[in-house]
Design a protein. Sequence first.
Lengths: 320, 320
Amino acid sequence: MENVCVVGIDIGGQTSKIGVVDRNGEILARKVIRSDVYGSDFRAYVTSLSAAVDEVVGEAGAKGRVTGIGVGAPNANHYTGQICQAPNLEWAAGRCVDFASMLSSAQGGLPVSITNDANAAAMGERRYGVAAGMDDFIMITLGTGVGSGIVIGGRLVYGHDGMAGELGHVCVVRDGGRSCGCGKHGCLETYCSATGVARTAREWLAADDTPSLLRNYDTLDSRAVYEAAKQGDPLALRIFEYTGTILGRAMADFAAFSSPEAFVLFGGLARAGEFLYEPVRTAMEDNLLPVWKGKIKILFSKLKESDAAILGASALAWED
Amino acid sequence: MENVCVVGIDIGGQTSKIGVVDRNGEILARKVIRSDVYGSDFRAYVTSLSAAVDEVVGEAGAKGRVTGIGVGAPNANHYTGQICQAPNLEWAAGRCVDFASMLSSAQGGLPVSITNDANAAAMGERRYGVAAGMDDFIMITLGTGVGSGIVIGGRLVYGHDGMAGELGHVCVVRDGGRSCGCGKHGCLETYCSATGVARTAREWLAADDTPSLLRNYDTLDSRAVYEAAKQGDPLALRIFEYTGTILGRAMADFAAFSSPEAFVLFGGLARAGEFLYEPVRTAMEDNLLPVWKGKIKILFSKLKESDAAILGASALAWED
């Protein structure tokens, strides 16, 4: 069929973004609905979502040309099509909902493929972004948390149960590591997420009286650290060096697992690439096995932040 | 074709083991030749090896029924068919040799598939051993070093360059870790190999005067620690607990990567399973994300040590 399209849906705690995407990664039409106004009524959410899909497909003039729907959502299981125990989605909190089959039914049997947002992001980079044509790479999303999508031999790694690729919860500080939302300690996410960077800033500012521009900020978030670093603030620069070093060391270990062609970094914190790149690169190279030194690329996503989630989700629909 | 067979070859620094294997994992005939009497003359080695293959195939009565040859060898690259920079194989030290194509030519064009021994071991377990039918598992070989073979979606992970699966060189002690033969520090292999166990024993015995049966051994190797542990020696038992704890923690991190159904442990040290299992299991469970707790099997290989290497190599030949 000529001119076929897919629908990409990115489900977050507050909103769900829907887009119709063509083969070139052009978003032909888009719409945002709330995710959080349905309480625990999952059926009502799916009904609204399906109506929004109809609407946006109509707007794109793509009726009859949509071949599938790809969805990125927290705690989404690719194998079962379920979303399970997602604390930020009230209709999927403390239980599993049959997301893929319900949406597929509501859409007249259209295939629906779901996975978590980091996996979706990886497929988006492979189809439309800096990982174009790569069969072996690791996507690391540096946002509120740290997510990952691992591509091996051209395929996303889902593992035995559909939940593989949780590199944000690999332990990077074994003794006395920071407590993580997952219940463990020392997880990569507690150091190398936007939240982790803010935590480092708060810890270091509290530790002594080193002068820093950061002391002038009311809200001490990763954005503040980035702004201070841009102004040359030594403490802020050290925070990025510390963060990048931890991330680069972890990446060297990840490389020993799957020997990727590249790492692709994405997300709020990746915008601080100018300060992260050098320490990440140095720490990774210092800790790689000789066979891989100088051979693994570190890339930053170039997809527009506002488009990336929809494109990533849509890429799933092309795969299946 | 009925009754087809394959040839499995396990190449070590001193000897090369050759076997003819049928679909049931029966080794119909076998032979061992030296690997180390050819100096740097790679051609001479391949000539001898090929003659030995002819001989063992004849002995098995399998002439005309062999469909392929699988080879496990150090530093073997599955993609290129080369063995490169293998310090223990003089004919492949400091250079790359076109192993697969040379042997294939010598064998009249029979397909030859090569990989490193840990990868081969993984495929052996999947075809003939405790990982039968598993599509997602991680093999960890605990011998002189620590090797690994990772199976995802039913396929060995080779990575971008054919060299993936070096979990023995993941860093488990970041600061002040033991120096490793690879040039890095704190590698899993420096703690959880047979050599690592002996190193722990030597370090601990030197650290203080704790009485231990181990002080009676002239050769302080992992075998001595195993024997002392069997006699209830507290220090020897603590050494296995320490070793198992480091391994179990690392396995929890590996699980976050590929969410395997099982880990399969193999090799000299795995024979001490009775002392390793509990600490490995406890440390892994303590460090797994909640979603995987209680769900990942820890298995010990049951293949006869003398057969495992040939069976593993032969399994490769069935795959391709």
